[in-house]
Design a protein around this ligand. Structure first.
Ligand code: 5RP
Length: 233
């Protein structure tokens, strides 16, 4: 297994110490949280824990079903006890950029329905200021050109329509994704989130502000548990 893959696995498994018997858990999307999902399946089958998952994407739903995790849809779930998810970047305020996998809308809905959110990441995701990773914005597929024009007025770099081969990438909600090159300039993520969400045609923006309570970071030095001091964990 390449090094970074091992770090992802370590972070994914370590985060499961927050999972307790009887919980309903939001299951994020991506190559790091995949290891948390595998661990949750193990906790059910080997430790006899009673857990229910709420998947944030069709990929995660398929994986969870294959692993035998009992599931609820987002619509059918009430309040969730915990969400575990990955991130593309996190800063010292525990604010995040997400959506590298295109699942940001459902990920945000699930995280906001949860009593707490734990992020799993390797050390490369930690940044001083958000924005080196292009900010994903989900948009209505019929309105993307106008939205791109509006975002271009506030984005210093390029605003690109995400592609899937020769076609636009389509989200599980049949939206498109605009990847916006802000560079490491997002020092006030809340106001940028608001400004982008106010553009008609925007479905959701991949800034998660004030939602994450802890980040489990794996590096070659081991696992670091960063817990937000005024968070919910
Ligand atoms: C998907 C996401 C992912 O959580 C994010 O892209 C991190 O993924 P990975 O763990 O594969 O790096 O936001 O929409």
């Amino acid at each position: 297994m390449p090094d970074v893959e091992l770090l992802k696995e370590q972070a994914g498994i370590a985060a499961c110490r927050f999972v307790k018997d009887g919980m309903t858990v939001g299951l994020g999307t991506g190559s790091t949280v995949k290891y948390s999902i595998i661990e949750i399946a193990r906790m059910i089958s080997e430790e006899g824990m009673s857990l229910v998952g709420v998947p944030t994407s069709e990929d995660t739903r398929r994986l969870s079903e294959e692993l035998g995790i009992p599931l609820l849809t987002i619509e059918d779930s009430g309040s969730l006890d915990l969400t575990i998810d990955g991130a593309d970047e996190f800063d010292h305020n525990f604010d995040l950029i997400k959506g590298g996998g295109g699942a940001l809308t459902r990920e945000k809905v699930v995280a906001l329905k949860s009593k707490s959110m734990v992020v799993v990441a390797d050390h490369t995701k930690k940044v001083e200021i958000l924005g080196s990773f292009d900010l994903p914005v989900e948009v209505d597929s019929d309105l993307w050109e106008g939205v791109r024009e509006s975002i271009s007025r506030i984005c210093p770099g390029q605003v690109r329509l995400r592609a899937n081969g020769p076609n636009p990438f389509q989200t599980d909600n049949h939206g498109f994704i605009l990847d916006c090159s802000f560079g490491p300039t997002i020092s006030n993520p809340k106001s940028l989130e608001r400004a982008i969400c106010d553009i008609p045609g925007v479905v959701e923006v991949g800034l998660f502000v004030g939602i994450c309570d802890a980040v489990i970071v794996a590096s070659s030095d081991g696992i670091d548990e960063l817990i937000k001091s005024d968070g919910r964990i």
